[in-house]
Design a protein around this ligand. Structure first.
Ligand SMILES: *Cc1c(COP(=O)(O)O)cnc(C)c1O
Ligand code: SF4
Length: 363
């Protein structure tokens, strides 16, 4: 058996397995685990230095998950935006295609925590075929995001079948894979896997790192394999209270990502998912972090800070406010707070920002 599969089998998933690894495990989490499963594989477990640290908090259940009364089961309204099971069609030109229900760890802040790793998420060859058919019939779809769960936890053959089927559809221009495996179980990224994915270019992989301590030699090797196979890599990071809600930690993370050839893509405000409110920080915190990044660090390191609007509104980018005034002159501040001006060409007046105006394809 592959080493990664052996490791996955040795994951801890029950509260009574924690004391063997930590002197002071959290009490009273059995009921939490009944609803939101736990899985910590031996690799990720080995990165945890002490109870309560930034990696522990991402994967060890907390009683607070139970006491969240603000959250929603499906904050992004994904169920109602699904024309076929496990496929979310929100934007005209791209779909989110959920092809697997397992992950290498179960993140406590997961947006789909009501589903991943539970029976509530039924993924089968039938739902996969139905998704592929929907994409085949929907010619507006140019970009398919293969996600889950974690698609890279599938066997090579199953993933190969999905990628080959998508690549055979003429109107599908790009394929994206969303996977936390380069961070949470990097040994899954075998040479064979990279060579298989490479056949279906252009394929992009967006992975998900939240803390500099996750960037290990093993993670670097996984990302090198993928990047050497010509797969551009991005990271979607979630802003998490007490884990990475600090400009210095985020800066260190972003530079370390660039070092392993991963381009920071999004920094997300935590969704309103039920069971995650102890991770949410005020939006102002994210804006403050962006202000510490823009202009101060390599532009290559700067992600887009975004909130995925509850109800299915989609991702909305948020920027610190640099604009003081737009008229015949643009009056704006630079990264140090110094006011600058730019003469706004008068023949472009009709192009000025019109708030609340819908673009053609929006309903
Ligand atoms: C995030 C997401 C996408 C992709 O959005 P991008 O901004 O293009 O990365 C597409 N569909 C759904 C449902 C999503 O949640
Ligand atoms: S790896 Fe992604 S999908 Fe899986 S539990 Fe973590 S955040 Fe959720």
């Amino acid at each position: 058996m592959n080493r990664w599969k052996t490791l996955l089998q040795k994951s801890i998933s029950k509260a009574e397995q924690l004391p063997a690894h930590f002197p002071t495990p959290p009490g009273d989490i059995d009921r939490v685990i009944d609803i939101y499963p736990m899985r910590i594989n031996p690799y990720y477990l080995s990165l945890i230095k002490q109870p309560g640290d930034a990696l522990w908090r991402q994967v060890v259940p907390d009683r607070l998950e139970f006491y969240d009364t603000d959250g929603m089961d499906d904050p992004l309204n994904e169920e109602n935006l699904s024309p076929v099971p496990n496929l979310v069609h929100k934007y005209p030109d791209r779909v989110l295609f959920l092809v697997h229900n397992q992950c290498a760890v179960y993140c406590r802040f997961c947006t789909r925590k009501r589903k991943v790793g539970t029976r509530a998420m039924h993924v089968s060859l039938e739902t996969i075929k139905a998704g592929i058919n929907y994409i085949k019939e929907t010619t507006t779809v140019k970009d398919v995001l293969v996600s889950g769960g974690d698609p890279l936890l599938m066997d090579d053959d199953r993933l190969d079948y999905i990628l080959a089927s998508l690549r055979a559809i003429k109107h599908v221009e790009i394929i994206r894979i969303g996977s936390r495996v380069p961070c949470t179980l990097p040994m899954r990224v075998t040479k064979k896997l990279a060579a298989m994915i490479k056949q279906y270019h252009p394929v992009y992989i967006n992975t998900h790192f939240n803390h500099p301590a996750e960037i290990t030699p093993e993670a670097a090797t996984a990302c090198k394999r993928l990047a050497d196979a010509g797969i551009p890599l991005g990271s979607q990071t979630v802003l998490l209270k007490g884990i990475n809600d600090d400009p210095e930690i985020i800066k260190e993370l972003l530079y370390k990502l660039l070092r392993i050839r991963v381009k920071p893509y999004y920094l997300f405000q935590t969704d309103m998912t039920k069971g995650t409110n102890h991770f949410r920080v005020p939006v102002e915190k994210g804006l403050e972090i962006m202000q510490h990044l823009i202009g101060h660090v390599s532009g290559m390191a700067v992600p887009t800070f975004a909130v995925d609007a509850p109800g299915g509104g989609g991702k909305i980018p948020l920027l610190p406010n640099y604009i003081e005034h737009i008229g015949d002159q643009l009056v704006f501040q630079n990264y140090c707070g110094i006011t600058c001006t730019y003469d706004n060409p008068s023949d472009k007046k009709e192009m000025r920002l019109v708030h609340g105006k819908k673009t053609a394809h929006c309903r």
